[in-house]
Design a protein around this ligand. Sequence first.
Ligand SMILES: Cc1ncc(COP(=O)(O)O)c(C=O)c1O
Length: 387
Amino acid sequence: MTMIKFKPSPPPATAHERAPEYVRAIAPYVGGKPIEEVARELGLDASTIIKLASNENPRGPSPSVLRAISVAARDLTRYPDGNGFALKAALSEALHVNADQIVLGNGSNDVLELVSQAFLRQGDHAVYSQYAFIVYPLATQARGALGIEVPARDYGHDLDAMRAAITPRTRIVFVANPNNPTGTWLAGDVVESFVASVPKDVLVVLDEAYNEFLEPSDRVDSTSWLARYPNLVVSRTFSKAHGLAALRVGYGVMNAAVADLLNRVRQPFNVNSLAQAAAIAALADNDYVAESRRLNREGLQQLARGLDALSVRYLPSHGNFILIEVSDAARVNQSLLEQGVIVRPVANYELPEWLRVTVGLPAENARFLAALETALGAQPASARARR
Ligand SMILES: Cc1ncc(COP(=O)(O)O)c(C=O)c1O
């Protein structure tokens, strides 16, 4: 009698193995370390730690915004206005666009995701620059689309090369102005010529998260270009200069037909009621933003002076952060953490020798510079000599 040997069938695939390959290949976003986490890990007192890692406004929101939040907090029972009528009306007045051209987001990150969700499918291309904000590759990859990373020029966007990278498969081009983490910036006329040169069936997403930190002489009214370029999307946020990062509210301004598509894929209640009320108040408080811009400019100068004194190279920044080159960045970062100073390593941007430092209040900037001096002093002589 012959024995028939049954081969055990392979175990069924687990649910997570069935997820699309392009999703499983995504490298998770790494944010700035929370103060509490650093306190726990290093046994430090949380109240002594400073965080200069996520490009927030060190002043927080203005008093008028805090008042608006406390009024809105009296009614948390109802869902927020899913169409954000009052906030869109305020933005429409401030930006001279129609309300139906505005899409509100849970942070401007949400707007970037919505554009990708509505316009990218597997096999499509999205073009962005080397060292550009990391959400562009993440949002592209999450749709199975192909990210075309164009080599940077002097750490900033090379718009000619980005234009040349556009093919019939390109659906979106992302431009960050100013860019995070490099702080590089392109003049308005240069950006507008680029937008004009892009084929009309390709969206240009102009990410202006740090727009309010630009000097008024450098700032252009890019939303006014929408009348000429129906393929333009301008995204902005209340997270940075307005000091509202925790509430998550941003917006995109675009052609009404594009906005309509984004609204179809948007979660119905993506911006909560406290965030909407806070954003309306923030938009009205121009003086607070102007003062934040002034403090930021002085903070950048303070950091530049201190870095010069330490012979540390940095990139001139148009944002509220500065990218510094310290060769052994992982070790310098660890030393800073042990001294209670959280900054952002940017090895995930292929910048393993650099750290990004958010501009803080004057005392925070001074504390960072002192901690950096200590960290560099402890650096091996061979590494220091390379600076
Ligand atoms: C260039 C850029 N765009 C967009 C964002 C998203 O910010 P938020 O989602 O808080 O509006 C950031 C945040 O760091 C950024 O640096």
